[in-house]
Design a binder for this molecule. Sequence first.
Ligand code: ADP
Ligand code: MG
Length: 257
Amino acid sequence: MNETLSQIDGSGRQESMLVAAHLSKRYEDGVLALDDLSLAVAPGEIYAMLGGNGAGKTTTINLFLNFIDPTSGQAIVDGIVTHEEPLTARQKIAYVSENVMLYTNFTALQNLDYFARLGGQNDYSKEEYRTALLRVGLQEEAHGKRLRDFSKGMRQKCGIAIAILKDAPAILLDEPTSGLDPKAGLEFISLLDDLRSEGKAILMSTHDIFRAKQIANTIGIMNEGKLVMQKTTEELRGENLEELYVNYMVSGMAVAS
Ligand SMILES: Nc1ncnc2c1ncn2[C@@H]1O[C@H](COP(=O)(O)OP(=O)(O)O)[C@@H](O)[C@H]1O
Ligand SMILES: [Mg+2]
């Protein structure tokens, strides 16, 4: 935690691609969904936010995208405060939501083309679209099929392909493995590993402890809007994350690591 704060408060700010600095969000109805969250994700790093329903994970991601404004604090992407320059900040982010919103009357290839063009990328070839779809594990037979015939997992893969084509330095994933079967889940983990090797900064929310442990460099446990634990995978070696998770959930105490 101290390291995170020194990166935020000191000159290290630029070293992190994604920074939450004392970020809080109180919704209009009075719910304090996020309470003084500070975290940082550097290029080539995967940070997994673990937490049950209502912990504040989606709120955090939506603040980074400036879909909502913070009540206090800042979400910073590549040095840009997202609520000050939302459009510039969003250009740095590829985002996959829990329920991927794509055109069900379009084929997979048409969706990729549509969203690439929407993002200002007009020069991708059909071959490049096919390569992206294969990379996320969507078989050739499915490329020309309309999305209305796709499973949730296949739509998810399509969304991830779109995110990859954006080639942004930061990737935000909200519950990315929730619609995936075990095989697709495994392929997805290996894809995340590749993206990390390419230097992407990846922030994902999940309630899947197993996958978080498998892939993340740093794991944060959130409970009722607070970051109650943050540890690197090295710090977690020899520890029982499942047990820690349950303990933090039960006690709900905020502990700086
Ligand atoms: N638009 C909203 N208006 C009011 N309260 C909200 C809104 N979105 C989320 N919340 C509340 O904020 C808290 C955190 O929600 P959320 O960020 O979606 O958690 P998570 O993604 O971890 O399940 C919950 O108590 C939720 O009910
Ligand atoms: Mg959520």
